[in-house]
Design a protein around this ligand. Structure first.
Ligand SMILES: Nc1ncnc2c1ncn2[C@@H]1O[C@H](COP(=O)(O)OP(=O)(O)OP(=O)(O)O)[C@@H](O)[C@H]1O
Ligand SMILES: [Mg+2]
Length: 469
C-alpha cells in the first residue's frame, strides 16, 4: 500500500474496533455472570420460602406431608421453579409437578451449577441442605440466554458500525495530519535546477514537520549556492577562454598566411585550427546555456503561423539529407498561431536533423511531421537509426551526455541540452520517443498555441538577443 495516510487510517480503525470488540466481550461475560447470580438469588429466595412452608418440624414429616406443604407454599412459583427434595443420598421425597417425573441434574460437590433438563433446556440449579434432606431448586436460563444473544447481536452491529466510522474518521484525520507533508512534497517537486530559489512555506511552530521543512529549506539554500557557483564558474570560464582562444587562432592563421611551412607542419596547423573552431563552438554553447539559466537572454518572439517558416527549413534540411544519401520526407498540416523565435527554433530543428543524419544509415529516411493539437504546435523528427533505449531517452537531454556507440566523433553532447533550454524559453517541451516505424528515434517538441493577442503579454518581453547558440 503506497499511501501512508491509508495505512494510518486502517491501523487506527483496526485498533479502535479491536478495543471496542474486547470491551464488548468483557461486557458479555460480566453481564452473563450478573444475570446468573441474579438467578442464584431467586433460587435461594425460593428455598427460603420452601423452608418456611415446611415449618420447624420438617424432620418428622413424611413424603406426602412434605409434598402437600411445599405445593401449598410454592403454588405461585410453580411455573418458574423446578423443585426436588430427597434424602441425602436417598430416594426422592418430592418432585414439583412441572418436572413430570424427570430428575434435576446434579453435579456432585457443587452447590450452584448449570445443567440441562430434557424439554426445558439449560437450567441453573441451587442445592440447599435442610437437616437430613437436600432441596434442589432449578430455574430455566432461557431468558438469560435471550438477553445475552440480544446483547451479542447489538455488539456485533456496533462493532461493524465502529469499523466503518473509524475508517472514515481515520482517513479524514490522516488527511489533516499529512497536509503539511503533502505541501512539502508539492513544493520540493517544484524545486528544480531552474527555480532553486523557491522554498517550502514553514509555519511558525516547532513540531516535527516544520522542523523537517526547515531542514529541507536549509538544504535547498546550500544547493542553490553551489549551483550558482557552478553556473558562475561556467559562465566566467567560458568567457575568459574566448580571448586566449581567439589569439591562438590568429597566431595559427598568421603562420599559414606567412607560409614557409613544410606540408606536414601546414597539416598540423590546419588540424589545430579545426580543433580551435570546435572548442570555440563548445565554449559558445556553454556560455549560451549559462545565460539561459541566468535568464540573461530573451528571445525575439513573433506570433504567426509557423508553416511558411517550417517549409523554408525543410528545403535546407532536404539538401543536407540528400548530401548524406538520406531521404527526407515531410508532412506539415494544420493552421495556427504560435509565438516563437524563428532563429532559435531553426537552431533546434537543425540540431535534431543533424542528430538524425548522424545516426541514419545511407538510403534511410528522415521524416518530419508538424501538426496543431488542441493547445500546441507539435513537430516530430524521426529517423531510421539505431534509436535510444527507453531508459536513456531522458538522459540524452543532459549536458555532455553522448551515448556509447555514438558513431560520430564530432559533437559535444550539448545539442539536445541547448534545444531543451530554447524550448523552455518558449514555455514548450521536448522529449524523445521510440520511432513509430522501426528501431529509430523520434524527437518531439511542442510549443503552446498563442490563442489570441492576449496570450503574448504572458511571454517574456521583447529584448535584444545578446548571444546566439
Ligand atoms: N537520432 C538519434 N539516434 C540515436 N542516438 C541519438 C540521436 N540523437 C541523439 N542521440 C544520442 O544522444 C546524444 C546527445 O545528443 P546531442 O545532440 O545532445 O549531442 P551530440 O549530437 O552528440 O553533440 P552536439 O549536438 O553537441 O554536436 C548523442 O550523443 C547520441 O548518443
Ligand atoms: Mg546533436
Amino acid at each position: 500500500m503506497r499511501s501512508l495516510g491509508v495505512r494510518l487510517a486502517l491501523l487506527y480503525a483496526f485498533v479502535s474496533t479491536a478495543t471496542l470488540a474486547v470491551l464488548f466481550v468483557a461486557g458479555y461475560y460480566l453481564l452473563n455472570q450478573h444475570l446468573v447470580s441474579g438467578v442464584d438469588l431467586l433460587n435461594k429466595a425460593e428455598f427460603e420460602q420452601v423452608r418456611a412452608g415446611l415449618g420447624p418440624d420438617f424432620a418428622a414429616l413424611n413424603a406426602d406431608q412434605i409434598g402437600e406443604r411445599i405445593r401449598r407454599t410454592t403454588d405461585a412459583g410453580s411455573v418458574l421453579f423446578f423443585i426436588e427434595v430427597h434424602e441425602k443420598g436417598g430416594g426422592v421425597l418430592f418432585s414439583s409437578s412441572n418436572l413430570n417425573g424427570r430428575r434435576l441434574p446434579d453435579v456432585p460437590g457443587e452447590r450452584e451449577f448449570n445443567g440441562r433438563l430434557d424439554g426445558v433446556g439449560e437450567l441453573r440449579v441451587g442445592e440447599f441442605v435442610l437437616g437430613s434432606k437436600d432441596v434442589m431448586i432449578g430455574t430455566s436460563l432461557g431468558q438469560v440466554r435471550k438477553v445475552m444473544d440480544g446483547y451479542a447481536e447489538i455488539s456485533l452491529v456496533l462493532v461493524c458500525f465502529m469499523l466503518v466510522v473509524s475508517i472514515i474518521s481515520g482517513l479524514v484525520l490522516s488527511r489533516i495530519a499529512l497536509r503539511p507533508v503533502r505541501l512539502i512534497q508539492e513544493t520540493a517537486n517544484h524545486i528544480r535546477s531552474d527555480n532553486l530559489s523557491e522554498r517550502i512555506p514553514v509555519a511558525d511552530v516547532q513540531d516535527e514537520i516544520s522542523n523537517l521543512a526547515r531542514l529541507l529549506n536549509s538544504m535547498f539554500d546550500r544547493l542553490e549556492s553551489s549551483f550558482n557557483q557552478v553556473r558562475r564558474f561556467t559562465a566566467e570560464a567560458s568567457h575568459e577562454l574566448k580571448t586566449p582562444l581567439s589569439l591562438v587562432r590568429l597566431q595559427a592563421e598568421k603562420l599559414l598566411v606567412e607560409g614557409g611551412l613544410t606540408p606536414a607542419q601546414e597539416e598540423a596547423v590546419q588540424l589545430q585550427l579545426e580543433e580551435i573552431a570546435r572548442l570555440k563552438q563548445i565554449i559558445e554553447e556553454l556560455l549560451f546555456l549559462s545565460r539561459v539559466e541566468a535568464q540573461a537572454v530573451t528571445p525575439q518572439f513573433v506570433a504567426e503561423d509557423p508553416t511558411k517558416f517550417l517549409k523554408t527549413f525543410t528545403q535546407d534540411a532536404r539538401v543536407l539529407a540528400e548530401d548524406r544519401g538520406v531521404k527526407f520526407s515531410e508532412v506539415i498540416s494544420g493552421v495556427g498561431r504560435v509565438a516563437y523565435d524563428p532563429k532559435w527554433i531553426r537552431q533546434v530543428l537543425l540540431n535534431l536533423v543533424a542528430n538524425a543524419l548522424k545516426y541514419s544509415p545511407r538510403g534511410g529516411t528522415i521524416a518530419l511531421t508538424a501538426e496543431f493539437t488542441v493547445d500546441s504546435w507539435r513537430v516530430a523528427i524521426e529517423d531510421d537509426g539505431p534509436g535510444v533505449p527507453p531508459e536513456q531517452r531522458e538522459r540524452i537531454f543532459e549536458r555532455f551526455v553522448r551515448l556509447e556507440g555514438a558513431q560520430d566523433e564530432k559533437g559535444s553532447g550539448l545539442g539536445l541540452a541547448i534545444s531543451r533550454s530554447i524550448l523552455g524559453l518558449h514555455h514548450g517541451v521536448i522529449r524523445a520517443e521510440g520511432s513509430t516505424r522501426g528501431t529509430g528515434l523520434r524527437v518531439v517538441f511542442e510549443i503552446p498555441i498563442a490563442a489570441t493577442a492576449a496570450a503574448e503579454p504572458a511571454l517574456p518581453p521583447l529584448a535584444t538577443v545578446t548571444t546566439s547558440p
